[in-house]
Design a protein around this ligand. Sequence first.
Ligand code: EPZ
Length: 430
Amino acid sequence: MEQYVIKGGNPLTGEVEIGGAKNAALAIIAAAVMTDDTVRLSNVPDVRDVNVLLGAIEDIGAVVKRPEKHVVEINGSTIHRLSVDYDYIKRIRASYYLLGALLGKYHKAEVALPGGCDIGSRPIDLHIKGFRALGASVDISYGLISAHADRLVANHIYLDKVSVGATINILMAASLAEGKTVIDNCAREPHVVDVANFLNSMGADIRGAGTESIRINGVKHLHGTEYSVIPDMIEAGTFMCAVAATGGDVTIRNVIPKHLEATTAKLAEAGCQVVEYDDAVKVIAKGRLKHTQVATLPYPGFPTDMQPQMTVVLGIAEGTSVVTESIWENRFKYVDELARMGANIQVEGTIAIVNGVDHYTGARVQSPDLRAGAALVIAGLAADGITVVDDIYYIQRGYESFAEKLQGLGAQIEQVSSEHEIQKFKLKVS
Ligand code: EPZ
């Protein structure tokens, strides 16, 4: 088991480079098997979830090459099995994208019910509703979702709730359906747009991605392409919050500032200065930050995937902040851990009342999921003394070289794998 051990108190300074968006890359990798030609993807983050999905498509027969750390070449012409192993699925929720991709291309797919971070009940009824509307039969039995169709035929689909996964999954299957599909009440997240752009670069005909209504003219075949994944707005936002919590001054490069607007706005309300450049943002935090209100919403609202990191910032801001989580009902599990570092936060259902304390104090804490784990690291960077974050497996699902990037900004953080190494770090920094 690995841990991050952190000596807090250093304001972060300097420059950091953001990688490709994990959640865009996952959908794009699944969509890449929809052609028999080779697809070359760049700016693919080298994180665990991406590597698990690459393993899953290799396992069903696709050829995957990685000529460079962030470049992946995929050829789906050799796929010989349309059933994706439970071993892969239980580790990442995004494996459900293979349902849409394989159903679109082969009219048949079988995928185990997905796992992923435990942040609330994670239904997939809307994905299934979409596949059925396109003419597929979908069955769930023995933990497997099986979908098949003689023909996929376009339809008008209304999503009862805004869902990133359902929008993308239906988009993929509809790209190879007969006729014009319209999906209403779509997710507008930048990665939905990225997947649509990617599919269009393969010959799909998708319009309106980024709005609440997407129109897809089905095509017969998709072809090979070269495509670069968009920057990760959540990785960028995580560094922005780390700068805010530590009172630092950092330029965050390779970002699309527009995608960061909700995080930028909340950090500015809390008293940070955020300067936007073409493909970078600079965050400067001086003095004590102040309270504000945050409510998570689908894009362009404040992202749920930034909620724990922002709460950690507000936990040491002056006054009382209110944070409302409206996407996942179980996303405040880290608050108990944060309390062990001195936070004063009361959670009532989906609302957290955050009474800002003067400072956090180092403690041994456990990472309950990906974003909450990153948030606890931020708390450790801001805290007095030593923090050990256990179960960093979760963090590695979505952050590449997290400790190294933070070290580059002056943080005292190390990835360790034994109590002996923790003691060694303590001696070194004392
Ligand atoms: C994606 O999950 C992301 N995961 C999540 O990021 C992110 O938190 C979420 O979108 C919201 O932005 C990936 O992209 C791999 P949803 P997804 O379908 O697609 C309800 C991270 O930290 N819903 O948009 O699974 C659902 O319960 C991860 O990187 C249904 O009711 O989320 C939730 O309340 C964690 N029925 C809401 O919609 C459905 O069929 C939004 O979920 C599907 C969803």
